[in-house]
Design a protein around this ligand. Structure first.
Ligand code: SF4
Length: 371
């Protein structure tokens, strides 16, 4: 299959592993391994699925990053979504992964079992279609994700405004990739030597959100695709920069992403959204200017306005043993969480990292439990 088979070619993989070994051998020796953060949950999943971490030399290791949209969903947003789903005359629509994320009082799926109106959709266009077909109901789309998914939500809201569909609304937790990376790099306890950048975000944004990493922190970045050859080539490109003492943003995923990104997608986002003063992230707390809210012309579509004030306020603290925050910020590997594989499994997830197909805990559980 074009663009898949050639990026899984065992001969190419073997060649890249040799180059990685050679580059790693030329790095200055030190006690701690060289840590390369794969920012995107899609990369985490591919690394485990293909066992790529086992192909790296001992002195290089992957560190999982915060780029999984479901994993960074705070409990407060799930609680708000549940409250909306329980509201008479409202149908809450969301992506399949998001309905299983636990809030303080359970997940959307559990709320549905208790009678709340929850529908799984592929995206905002499906939710908008439901709003057209059911003018008697408030259709709320739980809009989550990074710059990758925000344009699709923007297009659905533009269509709703154009067509005068007043019963379609969005509950937004749309976040930006740059602020959490800034927060991680500003933490002196974390030692991140290089970044494997998210190819799908760059498809929209281009490479600009990552320019500050080499400019301010002298760390290399390689924007990567999602197949084994993509990821191993990206590792090799990072090691080459490190051994040469260079730091710049390189683009490995050239067949899809460009340095300038997709200006039409960004224009739709800029019309519909504006930067929110601050946004809550699971594991990272509240980060200023890290998310998007509806622009004034689109505020009528804000589902948060339907919430009772009680439902919009803070949540109970979660299980203190939960390691989601530490795993999301690269401080802990999933099996070191005391709940991993015991209370927290894909069938009984305690945190979103065990729910999402891009979550680091789900990937460890699926590909490493039995080995
Ligand atoms: Fe969170 Fe469960 Fe992973 Fe622990 S095992 S970090 S509770 S998702």
């Amino acid at each position: 299959m074009k663009y898949v088979d050639e990026f899984r070619d065992p001969a190419l993989v073997a060649q890249l592993v040799k180059r990685i070994d050679a580059s790693a051998a030329r790095l200055p020796s030190r006690q701690q391994p060289w840590q390369l953060m794969e920012v995107c949950g899609g990369h985490t999943h591919a690394i485990f699925r293909f066992g790529l971490d086992r192909l790296l030399p001992d002195c290089v290791e992957f560190v999982h990053g915060p780029g999984c949209p479901v994993c960074v969903l705070p409990e407060t947003v799930i609680d708000q979504a549940v409250a909306l789903a329980q509201r008479p005359g409202t149908l809450l629509c969301s992506y399949g992964d998001a309905v299983r994320v636990p809030g303080t009082g359970g997940s959307l799926l559990e709320a549905r079992a208790g009678g709340a109106a929850v529908e799984v959709v592929y995206g905002p266009r499906d939710a908008l279609e439901l709003a057209r077909r059911h003018p008697d109901k408030d259709i709320v789309f739980l809009a989550i994700g990074f710059e990758t998914t925000a344009p699709a939500t923007a297009l659905a809201l533009q269509a709703a405004r154009r067509e005068g569909i007043g019963n379609f609304r969005a509950l937004c937790h749309l976040v930006l990739i740059e602020p959490p990376l800034r927060a991680l790099l500003a933490d002196p306890q974390l030692c991140l030597d290089g970044f494997i950048g998210p190819g799908h975000v760059s498809l929209v944004t281009g490479t600009r959100p990552f320019d500050f990493i080499p400019a301010q922190y002298r760390r290399p970045v390689v924007i990567s695709g999602f197949e084994p050859v993509d990821l191993l080539q990206s590792v090799w490109m990072l090691l080459r920069q490190l051994e040469q003492g260079k730091a710049c943003v390189e683009l490995q995923y050239r067949r899809v992403a460009t340095t300038s990104g997709n200006s039409a997608a960004r224009a739709a986002m800029e019309e519909v959204f504006e930067p929110a003063p601050s946004t809550e992230w699971r594991g990272l707390g509240s980060l200023p200017h890290s998310g998007l809210q509806l622009a004034p012309e689109y505020r009528a579509f804000d589902a948060a306005a339907l919430l009772e004030p009680r439902a919009a306020t803070g949540a109970e603290p979660g299980d203190p043993r939960c390691g989601c925050a530490a795993v999301l910020s690269g401080r802990m590997k999933p099996p070191h969480c005391p709940l991993f594989g015991r209370e927290c499994t894909p069938a009984t997830p305690s945190g979103p990292l065990m729910v999402s197909s891009e979550g680091a805990c789900a990937a460890w559980y699926q590909y490493r439990q039995e080995s």
